[in-house]
Design a protein around this ligand. Sequence first.
Ligand code: PRX
Length: 651
Amino acid sequence: MADIESLLKEKRRFKPSAEFAKQANWNSRTVAEYRKLAARSPQQFWAKMARENVSWFTRWKKVLDWEPPFARWFVGGKLNVAYNCLDRHLEGEHAWRRNKAAIIWEGEPGDQRVLTYGQLHREVCKFANVLKGLGVKKGDRVALYMPMIPELAIAMLACARIGAPHSIVFGGFSAEALRDRINDAGAVAVVTADGGFRRGKPLPLKLAVDEALKGADSVKHVVVARRCENPVTMQEGRDHWWHELMDAASPNHQAAKLDSEHPLFILYTSGTTGKPKGILHTTGGYLTHATTTAKAIFDLKDDDTYWCTADIGWVTGHSYVVYGILANGATTFMYEGAPTTPGPDRFWDIIERHRITIFYTAPTAIRTFVRLGDEHPKKHDLSSLRLLGTVGEPINPEAWIWYHRLIGGKRCPIVDTWWQTETGGVMITPLPGETETVPGSATRPFPGVDAEVFTQEGKPAKPPDGGFLVLRKPWPGMLRGIWGDPARFREQYWSQYPNIYFAGDGAHRDKRGYFWIMGRIDDVMNVSGHRIGTMEVESALVSHEQVAEAAVVGRPDDITGTALAAFVTPRAGTAAGGAFADELRRHVTREIGAIARPADIRFTDALPKTRSGKIMRRLLRDIASGKETVGDTSTLEDYSVLAKLRESEEA
Ligand code: PRX
């Protein structure tokens, strides 16, 4: 894997405008100064950030205690994450924020709610008292299985306030998945809702909780928020209505003074085995990382209305819908429902009506919008936007350019942010007032982050050679382990190279040192002895003006070892057939070279995706090689896509 070949050549460059650079929280001078400090001493840099961006009850004694692979940051320090997100905006020089919007929320049916910092603080204090009243103690785990409603943020912050680590399970997961996660964490309580609106219908969450709790004995209490008024059964003694408990709760609550390494949350993510991993994050380091990156990368200002479209059930929502944003005293916008309900322009309509200034979303969403057609964003006034971001997967340069032109009006910097559930916060990213961006590259590591591309032998790869993305030094937001499984923690992340974090992504650096993330290692194919990232072929396909989305996988081939199979979603109105397939093969040959020419091309109007929007390449590999689908398909968003793909024929 030492020489994953990078065949993609992107020449376009985008400098931040002088106007943006001038007003940026971190301008090029600040960035240069921080890079210099961090290069000399990452610990000094992070300690400076912890002092400037986080409020502590007790200052730490030692910045870092590193016994690989276990890190402790800001050892001896005491703080509270909810205090940092709320209380400190109600006192001192920021006391005026009491009446500033903390959360602006819109439900799928169009209903709206606004919670000011003062109101959110009051609700969180009350819910902290509710949890206490149910017997939830510091250290107890609480599972949150909720729609995207303000109560989810309130519940998280209340858990943080009393020191009960939360485990948020995305509302799209099944009852079984919820049960496994509750059991693995040994949760004592579940907070849920009757339902949440998704594509016009209530998703019956409470029903799934009832199902999950048959076989989850650790749970003593369930709190149910009323959202959809869909019928639910309440079990006497176990189940409680949110509004009834809240009505009786005191609004006075003192945030617990927690140790810097006190567990803040567990978040489950899938790995190479069937069992999800409970990624553990703690308090002081995580908050320092989330808050500092949010301030620098999203350039948060007091008059911004910031919208991250991720569900809070994913790490992006933890760090950049809630914690990192509220800790900065900014206004976070939250949307409950589907991006295309009631129409394909829902997002653009929201941006126009709420005058969103900063917009952070996923490449898969952008490609969906490309496919839906330019007329939808064009109908709306998007001039409030000043900064755009992407996260979750590599962004194809063509999608990047579309985002830049159609959504950003050619004036907004785009931050392509690379990170993982495990890293807690962004690790590789442009800084919008400083960095010249190149479509498709996440550019450079954040100051204090030591990222590198390694060869198989554990040496830095020579640009432009590809290799494995690693992190050589501990960072404050890093995972502290896999819940209950230290052996798997070592094996998964620390066994490839001694004391170095193995991210599981392929990457390469270009001559100026910019990083190009090529996707997960198992998405890298070896064709005739040449290693090619699926991403690069996909980008080439998507760069064809009649292609909306494409996924490429390898299938076994007698002659070349692996042959490329492409699944292509054409833009509306394209005649998909043999002639178009040949044209695409020629197009890829032109863009990259004959080596990347797909052997098979299938046309499809949808690709199999997880609920978080990731293409399930494993399933595509099975289809491409004519195998029955084996293994877990429980995270698949839409089963019918699979059936249709099986019936599809090669063009
Ligand atoms: O493969 C990388 C991809 O998403 C993986 C992490 O997924 P998850 O833990 O679900 O967290 C997603 C949100 C932080 C990474 O290993 N990934 C994430 N961001 C990018 C990316 N790939 C390329 N470019 C990115 N900006």
